[in-house]
Design a protein around this ligand. Sequence first.
Ligand code: A3P
Length: 286
Amino acid sequence: MAEDYLWYAGIPFPAMLYKMEDIKAAHEQFVVKDEDIITVTYPKSGTNWMIEILCLILSKGDPEWIHSVPIWERSPWIEAELGSKIIRDMKEGPRLLTSHLPIQLFPKSFLTSKAKVIYIIRNPKDVLVSGYYFYRHSKLMKNPESLQQFYGWFIQGNVPYGSWFAHVLGWMSMRERENVLVLSYEALKKDTRSTVKRICQFLGKKLEPEELDLVLENSSFQAMKENKMSNYSLSDRSYFPTGVEMIRRGMVGDWKNHLTVTQAEAFDKIFREKLAGIPPELLPCD
Ligand code: A3P
């Protein structure tokens, strides 16, 4: 069935998008190049926003590229069936790549490369709510009957790409590496300009103030919502028969509009238990 998972190394992947051999190849054979820039996230953490920003940094704010090529082709997913095909046909030059893989399945070659990874974390309660609205009518998983049901699955890790907690714990262990930048969706929302400057510094790219203005303008929530190359209105209808609202609310704390106090408190308790070893200031959950 379309909604079935493909289980690989204990992680559920949407069977419609992934093949066992592509995930295995991504982990064992994929050759990461030193010039690669890789956006890594647990889904619904701001992946596409980061991709848009990176595309615009590379083009110095010129929107021609983001207005003419679908976002999934500009920064293909390493482990996905479609992504691996696109990557094979990519021309020489610095590559933008994307991945939702947990660290234990990420390309092994990364560990000895100078490629740069930007890992985005987001308040998991917002990730949960965003995921519910994204998956509920999709063919990517068994559709939840209610937010309460999805909440249970999310906590168990019975959602695409498995446990949020395990994903974040795994990637946080990489945060001291020189070529890994961990950023939060919340920081990006709060002060987009400074955070984009931090990204430029990490990538060794210098933008003039007016180029930075263009990056911010063209990657804004509204601009992305209107850009058909970035809002997934061109995506395959077989994944989302009733359409998809990829650029949905773009808020910090939208969970407060959806989770009950009891649900939020129970979530926070699990969060504190599972992520006890990570300094709380690094992880948004309020
Ligand atoms: P919401 O569903 O909470 O609105 P991903 O790209 O990892 O799937 O993440 C999707 C989330 O990022 C969605 O969150 C979406 O609205 C938000 N998002 C996408 N583009 C954004 C932008 N330019 N500014 C703020 N949030 C954005």
